[in-house]
Structures are given as structure tokens and as C-alpha cells.
Design a binder for this molecule. Structure first.
Ligand code: ADP
Length: 453
């Protein structure tokens, strides 16, 4: 820390308000006061040496006294602790007026001495509260009238160097008084404007922090509800599996044991019941998968996308061979993500691209990736049956399907699972498609996923 920093810190500590009031108008007035002392004190000390010399040489003894008094007061104001700021300001204003009056007396009642009075008025207006604005113009009037009368009436000795005509004194003094009143009218206006802005800003900040608090509360509640919902759907789908398994196995048992006694219609009914139970099991395990989706975010690792696609190919091998499908993959990068959810997304999207292919057309599927700012954008395109525009959003809703089970088997859970995983990882998923020509499924994931606390 250099000397200047130590010096300014010491003065600010004594003359300015504490920093926590930085949004207060009083703080800025006090800060201005501290700044004034900071710069005025060295100036006074430097000016004191030639000032004292010439004052002594020329016999201006009042000036010598005033200079010494003011400099002593300024040093006390700057460095002596435990004097309240209003008292410091009052002493400062008294000093400034004392200097002004001395200058007025020596330099000229109707000349440059008046400038000191205006200066004193300005200092008071800047550092004192707005309610005291008219104090300085009144003081200026009193000073002008006092000097204007005191010297001709010989209350004060007439200084040698001054030749003051009463007319000039009246003209110049009235301008000083007028200008002082003008300053008193204008400067509080500036400060009031500042105060209004500060007040509005404070109000806005308060509103903002209230809104943020209620938003945080809502998010917490939503998170809690989400966890509860996930736990519920997980428990429900898990517990439903057991009775379902019983229904299927007893129906199968019924058919095998009492097969000969059951007629064709009865067998058909049993078949429908077993088929229904089978589909229900698929839906339940889909639901289980959905409720589990996106829970593995703590297992982030660097993943080789080619490897993931190869694993998906192996899982879908039967399908690919059956349809003689071709899967093109461009240059795929390594990404940092949890393996299971990412594989799940590719499995669902590539699986769908194979399932919803057009008859008699070899399915061609392309997997591509591009970098968009902080995200990876994936696309999985096919030349299948496509999706009508009006269903672009619907297909991502759980259990929503566009076809009957006879046309295309499925549960309507795949895309909603993808959406859930992607959104939990701060990404997006969407479709672009032309009915009868094919579809593009896009999804984004951040390059560096940061799990929410
Ligand atoms: P599922 O395939 O089990 O029905 P999804 O959630 O995976 O469930 O898909 C929802 C619906 O979106 C499907 O029923 C299908 O109508 C449509 N869809 C999904 N992928 C494609 C695709 N590649 N081409 C055409 N339609 C699709």
C-alpha cells in the first residue's frame, strides 16, 4: 500500500459513511465531502507556505490567522476520529466561509472576492442535505450586506488597496446573491433526481429478490414433487409386474391343463388375454424405464460414439438383418456423458427409424453430429413413413402413438423417455419430417454437462 492509499483510506474512514450504505444519497454526499477533504488538504498545505510568507511580508495578519486556523481545522477533520460527520461538515463550511470573508475583505468587496462566496455556497449545497439548501444564499446575503455596510460605516478598517463605489458593490453583490439562490434552486434538483433513481432501483431490486425467492421456492417444490412422482411411478410399475406375471402364467396353465375341454372361442379369448397381459408387461417395463431415465447423471464419462452405435447395432441386429437396413455414421466425436441414457436415446431413435420404415424400401438411417456453441447437436434421419406436422409435439408425450398395435407394435414410451433424458441434461429434442418421405430427429446435449445441485 502506498502513502496516497493510506492517506485516502484514513480520510474516507473518518469522513464518509460505511460502505453498506452505498445505495444511499447521504452516502454519496459524504463521499463527496471525503473527496473534497482528500484533495483540498494537500492544496491548502502547499498554498500555505507562499501564502503565509507574502501575508506576513505585506502585513495581512487576518489572512495569516485564517490560513493557519483553516489548515488546522482541515487536519483535525481529516484525521481525528469520533467527530460526527454532520459536525465535521459544519466545521468545514465555517472554514470555507471564513476564508471567503477574508478574501472578500482583502481582494475586493465588489470584485473577485465575490467568487469565493459563490464557491462557499457551492460547497455547502453539494455536501449538506437538500433541506438546508437556502442556508448558504441567506448567509451570502448577510455577508454581502455586512461587508457593504461595515467598511463605509468604519466598523471594519478600510483596506488600503480597495476603492469601492457603493454602486458597484450593490451591482456585484446582487449578482452574487442571485447566483447563490439559483444554485440553491438547481443543485437539490439534481440530488433529488438522483435520489428518485436510487429509490426506484432499490424498489426494483427488492421486487426482484422477492420474485427470485418465490421462484426458488416453486422450483424446490417442483423438484420435490418430481422426485415423489418418480418414486411413485417406479414403485407402481415395479409392484404391478408381479400380479401381471401371475395372470399370464395362470392363463397359460389354464390353457395347457384344460386345453381339450376349451373350445375354439375360449382359446381365442385366452390368447387375447395373454396378448393383452404381454402388452401390459411391455408398457409397465417401459414405464419403469421412463421413471429410471436420466438418473445416472453422476456417471459421466468420455464416450466413444462409434462404440455406442455399434452396441446399438448389436441389440437391433435381428431387425437390421430382417429389413436389410443400412446405417450410415459420419465422423463421430467422443462426448462426455452418462453411457446408459445416451445409449438409450440412440436405441430408441434408431429402433424407431427401423420400425417405422416404408414397405419395400430398404431403410437408410444416418447418424450425424455437429458442434453448436456449447452443445452437440445430433441428428438421426430415416427414409421411413414420416410424421404429419400436426403430431410433431404429440409423439413426445408418454403413451401417445399414431398407429394401432396391429400396424406397428409399441408402447408409446420411447420418445418420451428420450425427451426426459435430454431435458434433464439441459438439452432439447425435436422432429422435422415429411409424411411418406422420412424423418429427422434432432437432439442437443451440452458438451460439458453440470448436474444441478
Ligand atoms: P412407440 O414406437 O413405442 O409407439 P415412441 O414414443 O417411440 O413409441 O414413438 C411415438 C410415436 O411416434 C410412434 O407411435 C410413431 O407413430 C411416431 N414415430 C416415432 N419415430 C418415428 C419415425 N422414425 N418415423 C415415423 N414415425 C415415428
Amino acid at each position: 500500500m502506498n502513502i496516497w492509499t493510506i492517506y485516502t483510506k484514513a480520510i474516507k474512514r473518518n469522513c464518509a459513511s460505511p460502505a453498506d450504505a452505498s445505495k444511499d444519497l447521504l452516502y454519496w454526499r459524504n463521499n463527496l465531502f471525503a473527496g473534497t477533504i482528500i484533495y483540498l488538504l494537500p492544496f491548502c498545505l502547499i498554498a500555505l507556505i507562499p501564502g503565509l510568507y507574502w501575508s506576513l511580508v505585506t502585513g495581512l495578519y487576518i489572512m495569516v490567522f485564517t490560513d493557519l486556523f483553516v489548515v488546522t481545522c482541515m487536519v483535525i477533520l481529516a484525521f481525528v476520529p469520533r467527530i460526527s460527520i454532520p459536525l465535521r461538515k459544519s466545521i468545514f463550511i465555517i472554514c470555507v466561509y471564513l476564508l471567503s470573508c477574508t478574501m472578500l475583505y482583502y481582494v475586493g468587496l465588489s470584485g473577485s472576492g465575490q467568487v469565493y462566496l459563490l464557491g462557499a455556497c457551492l460547497f455547502s449545497l453539494l455536501i449538506l442535505p437538500s433541506w438546508s439548501a437556502y442556508l448558504s444564499p441567506i448567509l451570502n446575503t448577510i455577508v454581502c450586506v455586512f461587508f457593504g455596510l461595515a467598511i463605509p460605516l468604519k466598523i471594519l478598517p478600510w483596506p488600503d488597496n480597495l476603492q469601492n463605489a457603493a454602486g458597484t458593490w450593490i451591482a456585484v453583490s446582487s449578482s452574487t446573491v442571485f447566483l447563490s439562490f439559483l444554485l440553491a434552486a438547481l443543485i437539490p434538483r439534481l440530488f433529488n433526481g438522483m435520489e428518485e433513481t436510487i429509490r426506484k432501483e432499490k424498489q426494483m431490486q427488492l421486487q426482484l429478490s422477492q420474485q427470485q425467492a418465490s421462484l426458488r421456492q416453486a422450483v424446490d417444490m417442483l423438484r420435490q414433487k418430481n422426485v415423489e412422482l418418480e418414486q411413485f411411478s417406479y414403485a407402481a410399475s415395479h409392484d404391478l409386474q408381479e400380479p401381471l406375471r401371475m395372470i399370464t402364467s395362470f392363463l397359460t396353465l389354464l390353457e395347457s391343463k384344460y386345453g381339450p375341454q376349451i373350445d375354439g372361442k375360449g382359446k381365442q379369448y385366452i390368447y387375447f388375454a395373454v396378448d393383452g397381459a404381454k402388452r401390459m408387461r411391455q408398457m409397465i417395463s417401459g414405464l419403469l424405464e421412463f421413471s429410471r431415465a436420466g438418473r445416472d447423471e453422476d456417471l459421466l464419462e468420455t464416450l466413444d460414439l462409434d462404440e455406442i452405435i455399434n452396441e446399438v447395432r448389436i441389440l437391433l441386429r435381428k431387425y437390421i438383418e430382417e429389413k436389410k437396413a443400412i446405417i450410415h455414421t459420419g465422423n463421430l466425436p467422443d462426448v462426455i456423458f452418462a453411457k446408459a441414457p445416451l445409449k438409450q436415446i440412440f436405441l430408441n431413435l434408431i429402433g424407431n427409424a427401423l420400425k417405422y420404415s416404408r414397405q419395400d424400401i430398404v431403410p437408410e438411417i444416418r447418424v450425424a453430429v455437429e458442434e453448436i456453441d456449447a452443445f452437440w447437436k445430433f441428428s438421426i434421419s430415416d427414409n421411413g413413413i414420416g410424421v404429419p406436422t400436426e403430431y410433431f409435439d404429440t409423439i413426445f408425450i408418454i403413451f401417445k402413438r399414431l398407429h394401432s398395435n396391429e400396424q406397428y407394435s409399441g408402447t408409446g414410451i420411447g420418445l418420451s423417455t428420450c425427451k426426459k433424458i435430454v431435458e434433464q441434461h439441459q438439452g432439447q429434442i425435436w422432429i422435422e419430417s415429411e409424411e411418406g418421405k422420412g424423418s429427422f430427429f434432432y437432439f442437443t446435449i451440452p458438451k460439458q454437462f453440470k448436474p444441478q445441485p
